[in-house]
Write a protein of this length. Structure first.
Lengths: 350, 248
């Protein structure tokens, strides 16, 4: 069995999400590779797509794409119309409440091996419902294929481990691909809040509002909560309440560039910023690094468990890189995260 | 006529003649060499005895061609299965009646072209009062409150406005390009909605010349509307889906 498969088993992951940096970086290749090994190891596996994967053709470039191959015994989740159009034989088990333009997403068991298009669900609540359904129906492990560049399925609310797929199609130069991937890794591995007292204050504040200021007071923190219709609106109000003794700001929803920029205007040494998890970070590399350089810290309440990065050295729209060289450069840049080229069947040795 | 659906060929004058017309541009100056280059391209594409019937100089060393030929390839039509969208289209009157009778409250729809996109043609055709191709736009629907926020609306602002207006549905129009930038703008809106805990509170719908319902699923939207969409298609979907969600 391959090393990436062993990583998943060693970490005892119940739900593994495969997310991509963009289109055509090999999400489905990684997904198929792991699914195949799970089946060969006689692990009861469930397959879900957070988008529309295994389609016959890329929806934009009309290039042929790898389709999802479903072996006998596997549970699959897909929209009704794809369920009915599958080459594989499928036994219907259960219908979820998540509806796509191709009908409700249903769970079925493969009775005859073949190809099947996996469509939806695309929301966190939909994914949770389907994962729960598959577990109840006997799946020991669930694999979730990502869509385009979306990372919602990496949220700790959905999966307990994530594999990031990246590749040549991400940017015009290898340097650009490296930079973007390293930044995404940095974001995904946003450090947790380690100070217990601070952590307690954060949770206390979040029960009262969707944005929170933590002001230093004595040996602890004074909690000031702001409640708005959505966290984003509370986040824009938070800046007016910042004081000199403010130690940390908690954003209950998204953190966007403007939030960090506002803080950098106000403070020479900006306070720490805390989000629920790294899927809430919508910040550009320039602003992010500037904030850190100014002494600001960005932390998450729940950590995304990034277990590996997989590579596709080929870009269907153009340039290809030498697989060995690409693996070496990416492996060094992402060290100590394990980096694999599954087609080359190699891991970067660090 | 006895058509063998397991090996279908393109049709021109007689069955299975493979006749086909193609057009393309080559980055070469017009002339005899260009004509021959176009012919060779067609041969490589699988066209037998191709002939260039039109050659037009586009300037700057580019030339446009129209060719005819006989395509050698066949397609097995008998094994093709395509997942289909199941949606009932209602008329302007039917949609309004359904909302009034079954939902009992007006529907709020917020629409915008987001990010760097300034192409409002699509969203205007669906939302504006006068509508498109003889179909009234959503603004004309007595049972729909439609807000067109215009173009180049940042994703965060669109979501904030949608919440303020208590939207039932958000319509986003994007001209998807090869460079993926518009695609990533669409996925960012969805991820932002998830981060803000809004994803399940409103219908998220995208539209544009290159958007299909399959792409919408991939992008994480509830529905997607492509070329040829009329306002009542969108209105029918919103009304029917809201009904389903309210379990009426």
């Amino acid at each position: 069995m391959s090393e990436i498969f062993q990583l998943i088993q060693k970490k005892n992951l119940k739900t593994t999400a495969i997310v991509g940096m963009t289109k055509n970086v090999g999400k489905t290749v990684t997904f198929n590779h792991i699914a195949k090994e799970l089946v060969e190891s006689e692990i009861r596996v469930g397959l879900i797509s957070a988008g529309y994967d295994g389609e016959r053709f890329d929806r934009l470039t009309l290039k042929e794409k790898p389709r999802i191959l479903a072996p006998v015994g596997v549970l699959v989740a897909t929209a009704e119309a794809c369920f009915n159009a599958a080459d594989a034989g499928l036994e219907f088990l259960e219908k979820s409440s998540f509806v796509t333009p191709l009908g409700p997403v249903m769970v079925g068991r493969v009775t005859e091996a073949g190809r099947v298009e996996l469509a939806g669900p695309g929301s966190i609540s939909g994914l949770r419902e389907l994962i729960g359904m598959m577990s109840r129906r006997g799946s020991a492990q669930v694999l979730v294929d990502g869509a385009i560049n979306r990372i919602a399925s990496a949220s700790p609310a959905v999966s307990d481990g994530t594999i990031l797929a990246t590749g040549a199609s991400l940017g015009p130069t290898m340097d650009d691909v490296v930079k973007k991937t390293v930044f995404r890794r940095t974001i995904m591995e946003t450090p947790p809040v380690e100070d217990n007292l601070l952590l307690k204050s954060v949770y206390k504040g979040l029960t009262k509002g969707n944005a929170v200021l933590l002001h230093r007071e004595g040996n602890g923190y004074r909690v000031e909560a702001i409640r708005e219709m959505i966290p984003l609106l509370a986040g824009t109000r938070i800046i007016n309440k910042c004081r000199r003794e403010t130690a940390a700001l908690v954003f209950g929803g998204a953190l966007v560039d403007n939030n960090l920029q506002d803080m950098m205007e106000l403070y020479k040494h900006p306070p720490a910023v805390i989000v629920r998890d790294a899927t809430r970070l919508f910040v550009s590399p320039e602003i992010y690094w500037r904030y850190l350089k100014r002494g600001g810290r960005i932390m998450a309440l729940e950590k995304i468990n990034l277990i590996a990065v997989t590579l596709n050295p080929t870009d269907p729209m153009g340039r290809d890189y030498d697989p060995e060289m690409f693996l070496k450069i990416m492996g060094e840049a992402l060290h100590p995260c394990p980096v694999f080229d599954l087609v080359l069947q190699k891991k970067h040795l660090s | 006529m006895n058509i063998d659906y397991s090996s279908v060929k393109t049709y021109g004058d007689t069955l299975n003649d493979g006749a086909m017309q193609v057009s393309f541009t080559l980055p070469v100056p017009a002339g005899d060499e260009a004509r021959e280059a176009a012919r060779q391209m067609a041969l490589k594409m699988g066209l037998d005895s191709p002939s260039v019937t039109e050659m037009a100089d586009l300037g700057a060393g580019f030339t446009f061609f129209v060719l005819y030929g006989k395509c050698k390839h066949t397609v097995d039509y008998s094994v093709i299965k395509v997942p289909k969208q199941q949606q009932k289209v209602m008329s302007f009157k039917e949609v309004n009646e359904l909302i009034k009778k079954e939902l009992g409250c007006r529907i709020v729809v917020v629409a915008a072209c987001t990010g760097s996109d300034a192409h409002t043609v699509g969203i205007d055709a669906i939302v504006n009062m006068k509508g498109y191709a003889g179909e009234y736009g959503l603004e004309r629907y007595p049972e729909i409150d439609a807000y067109n926020l215009g173009s180049q609306v940042p994703n965060a602002e669109l979501l904030a406005r949608a919440v303020e207006l208590n939207a039932d549905a958000v319509l986003v129009s994007q001209v998807v390009t090869q460079k993926n930038i518009h695609l990533e703008n669409l996925t960012e809106l969805i991820e932002l909605a998830e981060a803000e805990g809004l994803r399940d509170r409103m219908l998220m719908i995208c539209g544009g010349p290159r958007i299909s319902h399959e792409l919408a699923i991939e992008l994480g939207y509830d529905a997607g509307f492509g070329p040829g969409t009329l306002p009542n298609h969108v209105a029918s979907y919103i009304a029917a889906e809201l009904m389903r969600r309210h379990k009426i």
